[in-house]
Every structure is written in structure tokens, then in C-alpha cells.
Design a protein around this ligand. Structure first.
Ligand SMILES: Nc1ncnc2c1ncn2[C@@H]1O[C@H](COP(=O)(O)OP(=O)(O)OP(=O)(O)O)[C@@H](O)[C@H]1O
Ligand SMILES: [Mg+2]
Length: 267
């Protein structure tokens, strides 16, 4: 069996592969890299009642993997480049082998992947971490569940400047409800719920538009989203609105938070 461990900036994910079958996928909070890697491996083996001797290789990836040198528990341990892991995992999860993948983690990376090549196109520091950081200061909570619950009752029109606020008709392909400026209106009457919605909207609009530009620059029209940030239901709706606006296809595979760990286990 091969264990793939993704020690991300915020969470650690692990998958276990037995030949062509994925037998386990689990995640935990990220602690220090060694505790994260050994802890998640131990949990996965314990819960699956699998002896350590069955593990032939461990593939580690993610930001924290740079802090781990040598073998874990005397099992051959290799480091897998995170971009390669996202590319491989994204192709596996989406079932498409010529694709653009946007991985929404603490930050966001955009990757082009096919069977011969995996390239890091670029990315943005806007990601899940941005939602938590801005919410901590502006809403007094950095709990993603609380933030999402608050956002459900929010009204963007009191925080964002919309195209309809500045012109009578649309502009180019933008209609009156399109965003002219995120946080560009910010009425004094805006409440916590409205701000929560506006923070999420800002993050996913930026990621969505960057993904569209990446895809256009590579003459493709399908993007798959991976990473924990891609599981956000409000975020998905915002991304789909961007896809519709730019006439693109956005794809949301299952188990997206495991893409990087899966990619490592597949190498
Ligand atoms: N439902 C959710 N909606 C939005 N964001 C979420 C959700 N669940 C988790 N997140 C965010 O996802 C981020 C973690 O995602 P992920 O585990 O993919 O990142 P990571 O691998 O730790 O980070 P990176 O890949 O950037 O190093 C956190 O910032 C968290 O706030
Ligand atoms: Mg990650």
C-alpha cells in the first residue's frame, strides 16, 4: 500500500492506495509537520486496522513536507512536488486528462495538467485563509461554519458597488447586477451578515475570474476546482455565476479536498 500525505498550511490530508483502489481518505488539522504526518498516518492505520508493515511507501507533499527529511518509521518516504500532486490528483478526481485545475486552499494555485506535463500557471493569495482572516477582524469569528451561516442571510447590495448603481444599463457583457467594485459601496447600515456574504463573494469572484483568464490563455474551456475551499456551497454558486457570465464550464469533482494527497499517492 502507498500512503499519500498532504501537509497543507491549515489542514493535513491523507489517502491510502492499494494498487488501483483508494482504501482510505482522512483529514486533520495541521499541527507541526512531523506530528501532522505521523499522526494522520497512525490514525488512518489504526482506524482501518491495517498493520504498519503493509505500507510500502509514503509520499509526502504540501507546504509542511519541506520540513520533513528522511524516512518516516523506516518506510521509504519520498517528497512529491505540490504542483505535480495537485495536477495528478485533479486529473484523477475529474476523470479528465487535459485540464486546468484551480486548487482553493489557504491560498489558491492554478495548474495546467495533461498526461505529459504539469505546469503551475500562477495563482493568488486570495483563498480560504483570506475568508478566515478578514472575518476574524471584521466579524469577530474565524469559524468557517459561523461565517457561512451568517453569509446566508447577507445582502451584497449594501456592501458592493454594482454596475446598476453607476449606469442605467449594463456595460459590455456585464448586467446591472454584476459587481463594479467589491466593498465599493459599504453603507453604514451594512450588518455582519452582509459583510460575511461580501467577504465570501470577494474571494470566489477573484478566484473565478482568475481561473477564467487562465483557461482562456491556454485555449481550453473546462476548469476543475479542488481544495477545501471548493466545498463551500455559497462559493460554488458564485463560481458558477462567473462560469455562466464567461460561457465556461466549471467542474466540481467529489472529494476535492483530497486532490493533493491523492496525487502524491498516485506517484
Ligand atoms: N466550507 C468551506 N468553505 C470555505 N473555505 C473552507 C471551507 N472549509 C475549509 N475552508 C478553508 O479551506 C482552507 C484549507 O483548505 P485546504 O485544506 O485545501 O488548504 P491547505 O492545503 O491547508 O492550504 P494550502 O494548499 O494553501 O497550503 C482554510 O483556509 C479553510 O478556511
Ligand atoms: Mg493544499
Amino acid at each position: 500500500m502507498i500512503a499519500g500525505i498532504d501537509i497543507g498550511s491549515t489542514t493535513t490530508k491523507a489517502v491510502l492506495r492499494d494498487n488501483n483502489e483508494i482504501v482510505s481518505m482522512i483529514r486533520t488539522k495541521a499541527l507541526d509537520p512531523i506530528t501532522s504526518a505521523t499522526g494522520i498516518l497512525g490514525k488512518m492505520l489504526f482506524e482501518g486496522n491495517i498493520p504498519l508493515s503493509r505500507i510500502e511507501r509514503i509520499s509526502i507533499t504540501g507546504a509542511g513536507s519541506s520540513k520533513i527529511d528522511g524516512d518516516i518509521f523506516n518506510i521509504p518516504t519520498i517528497k512529491v512536488d505540490e504542483i505535480t500532486a495537485i495536477g495528478k490528483g485533479g486529473m484523477y478526481l475529474s476523470g479528465v486528462d487535459d485540464i486546468i485545475i484551480t486548487n482553493i486552499g489557504t491560498g489558491t494555485a492554478i495548474i495546467e495538467a495533461n498526461r505529459n506535463n504539469i505546469t503551475h500557471i500562477g495563482g493568488t493569495g486570495i483563498g480560504g485563509g483570506t475568508i478566515l482572516g478578514l472575518s476574524k477582524r471584521m466579524l469577530g469569528t474565524a469559524d468557517i461554519e459561523n461565517i457561512v451561516t451568517m453569509a446566508r442571510g447577507g445582502n451584497l447590495h449594501v456592501v458592493d458597488l454594482l454596475v446598476g448603481d453607476i449606469v442605467d444599463s449594463g456595460i459590455s457583457f456585464l448586467n446591472k447586477d454584476s459587481t463594479a467594485s467589491n466593498f465599493g459601496k459599504m453603507l453604514d447600515t451594512a450588518g455582519q451578515e452582509d459583510i460575511a456574504m461580501a467577504i465570501i463573494n470577494l474571494v470566489y469572484q477573484v478566484i473565478g475570474v482568475m481561473s477564467v483568464f487562465a483557461v482562456k490563455s491556454r485555449n481550453k474551456n473546462v476548469i476543475s476546482f479542488t481544495g477545501n475551499g471548493s466545498t463551500n456551497e455559497i462559493g460554488k454558486k458564485i463560481l458558477i455565476a462567473i462560469a455562466t457570465m464567461y460561457e465556461m464550464e466549471f467542474n466540481f469533482p467529489e472529494n476535492p479536498e483530497y486532490a493533493t494527497a491523492l496525487g502524491a499517492a498516485l506517484i
